[in-house]
Design a protein around this ligand. Structure first.
Ligand code: BV8
Length: 250
């Protein structure tokens, strides 16, 4: 990793009064979780946009649950990687940073980042379509599994599907931070899904700095001031080390 950009990014983070962190599927790639738009982003030739919608669930809840059960089983075998643990270190060094993830794999929490905002929900939580009750369910679910609170069916994954709104309180927390953020650190996202893809644009519009970590070279989705090309599992620990020396912490 070129030291100048790493140093510049660490200086920016150290000087920032208000920060936002946003991760996408790329931060979990080294844990073995398939990304959405990478070559392994397919399941039986379906794409996320085909199945992660209320219409798909209404049309064929069994197929949608098959996909989620497959993902739950796959992710259950995955461990947080060095990137997730580096973010836990960042949280200790940057108490004024709001940590947001688009991922539903729960790996930030598994690494110990307790206060991460899972803006698209979580694979292992179900929501009753009748009474709205939330339940942790690590086992397979089918449309016949009844809600333990009201006995209703079907349960759905407690995730935000395409065409569904991000929970308003979540969005308010994020936009409140965006309205004062001096910088945003974006890690492992293709910047194709909104409203998350708009966060960096908003920070830049207000004159803030956009720092991005990605394996792929920048593409047009949004501006970035400092681009750290590489794997999150390699670059984030390096950034933490630089930040510690900027903050004169051993
Ligand atoms: C909404 C949960 C409105 C489900 C997901 C403009 C404004 C508002 C909305 C829209 C808009 N334009 C279009 C829309 C509609 C839509 C949208 O954005 N569509 C896209 C396809 C164009 N947005 C919505 O529908 C959103 N809702 O806006 O509602 C509304 C308001 C009021 C009332 C009603 C409605 C909701 C979107 C949420 C969708 N749910 N997930 C599930 O997972 O099952 S999105 C899904 O994609 C995941 O959460 C995932 O995280 C997310 C984004 O993908 P990425 O994380 O970026 O992953 P990707 O594979 O694309 O990229 C990986 C990146 O990592 C790559 O760049 C790669 O280079 C990099 N990488 C790989 N390996 C590494 C790495 N980087 C570093 N290290 C590595 N090792």
């Amino acid at each position: 990793m070129e030291n100048a950009s790493l140093n510049e990014a660490a200086k920016c983070l150290a000087a920032a009064q208000q920060l936002l962190f946003l991760s996408g599927a790329g931060i979990s790639a080294e844990s073995g979780v398939p990304t959405f738009r990478g070559k392994d982003g397919l399941w039986r030739n379906y794409r996320a946009e085909d199945l992660a919608t209320p219409e798909a669930f209404a049309r064929n809840p069994a197929l949608v649950w098959e996909w989620y059960n497959w993902r739950k089983a796959l992710v259950a075998q995955c461990q947080p990687n060095a990137a997730h643990f580096a973010v836990v270190e960042l949280a200790k060094l940057l108490p004024h940073c709001l940590f947001v993830t688009q991922n539903v794999d729960g790996l930030h929490r598994a690494a110990g980042l307790d206060n991460v905002l899972e803006m698209h929900g979580n694979l292992y939580r179900t929501r009753c379509t009748v009474c709205g009750a939330l339940e942790e369910k690590r086992e397979d679910v089918t449309p016949e599994v009844r809600c333990t609170h009201c006995g209703g069916v079907p349960l759905r994954p407690d995730v935000v599907w395409f065409g569904e709104a991000i929970p308003p309180t979540t969005l308010k927390t994020i936009y409140d931070k965006l309205s004062v953020a001096d910088a945003i650190l974006v890690v492992g996202t293709s910047g194709t899904v909104y409203p998350a893809a708009g966060f960096a644009v908003e920070v830049r519009r207000r004159g803030g700095t956009v720092i991005e970590i990605n394996t792929e070279s920048p593409h047009g989705h949004y501006p970035r001031d400092i681009f750290l090309q590489g794997k999150a599992g390699t670059v984030l620990p390096q950034l933490v080390a630089q930040l510690k020396s900027q903050l004169q912490i051993a």
